[in-house]
Design a protein around this ligand. Structure first.
Ligand SMILES: [Mn+2]
Length: 245
């Protein structure tokens, strides 16, 4: 399935490279394919990975059960050769081309990997300390000080505070407010060429108990559960104005 996603992205980009590649999920594992597909087309792709988790486990060091612990690191070459069926995964993202934002639920081994490879991370403590505006400004500037590189945002909705995002699998307290999540996407789309967005880990089956009224635009009011609404808002953010005077 991941190989197919990679192929679909490659083929779509060969037809229209002005498109913004939006991927909706589902398991964040898809991120390894979207990052690879985009990176194969955009040689110097920059990635902002928004997530409660780092997804940076090294399979060579861990017997962690689910692939969803691995995709960000795997896209950068960590765990390379450890999983069957990934012969297509060849173009690794340099560790210096990815920034993690909103992480707060991290395994000790992941910290070691992130430090070893000098991966730029903004935890939720950074967000609280600096404010989301400063974090995103720094992240963009770190990745692309000149301002001519393509960006991809891989957004795991568990980055958001669980009370605003019930329909996801691995919740962890102390996350972003929904408007801060939207801000990240809007700011990147405003400041740089945004070529891809993943909105993942939405599981409507977990949504039965969600409050069905949201504070979203009138046309969507009451139509969807809050977490699906959050995902729609994130996608809309790509095309929404960044308001400054
Ligand atoms: Mn994730």
């Amino acid at each position: 399935m991941l190989e197919k996603v990679n192929e679909r992205i490659t083929s779509a980009l060969s037809k229209n490279d002005e498109a913004v590649m939006v991927t909706v999920g589902g398991d964040h594992s898809v991120g390894v394919a979207t990052l690879h597909g985009l990176h194969s087309h955009y040689k110097d792709l920059k990635v902002i990975w928004v997530d409660a988790h780092a997804d940076f486990v090294d399979a060579a060091m861990s017997d962690y059960y689910g692939y969803h612990g691995y995709p960000a690191g795997h896209a950068c070459g960590l765990s390379s050769g450890c999983f069957p069926g990934f012969a297509w995964l060849k173009n690794f993202i340099p560790y210096s081309n990815i920034v993690l934002i909103a992480i707060r639920d991290i395994d000790p081994d992941e910290w070691i990997n992130l430090k070893k490879h000098n991966v730029k991370c903004y935890t939720m403590d950074h967000v609280l300390d600096l404010g989301i505006g400063e974090v995103v400004r720094q992240a963009i500037h770190y990745l692309d000080p000149i301002g001519d590189k393509p960006f991809h945002v891989s957004f795991d909705v568990d980055a958001v505070e669980p009370s605003n995002c019930l329909a996801t699998g691995t919740k962890f307290r102390g996350g972003l407010r929904p408007i801060e999540g939207n801000f990240i996407v809007r700011k990147v789309a405003h400041e740089r060429k945004l070529v891809g967005l993943d909105v993942v880990e939405i599981n409507p089956a977990l949504e039965q108990n969600e409050i069905r009224h949201t504070f979203r635009s009138e046309e969507h009011y009451g139509v969807v559960g809050e977490t699906v609404g959050l995902g729609i808002d994130l996608i809309e953010s790509v095309f929404t104005e960044y308001f400054t005077l």
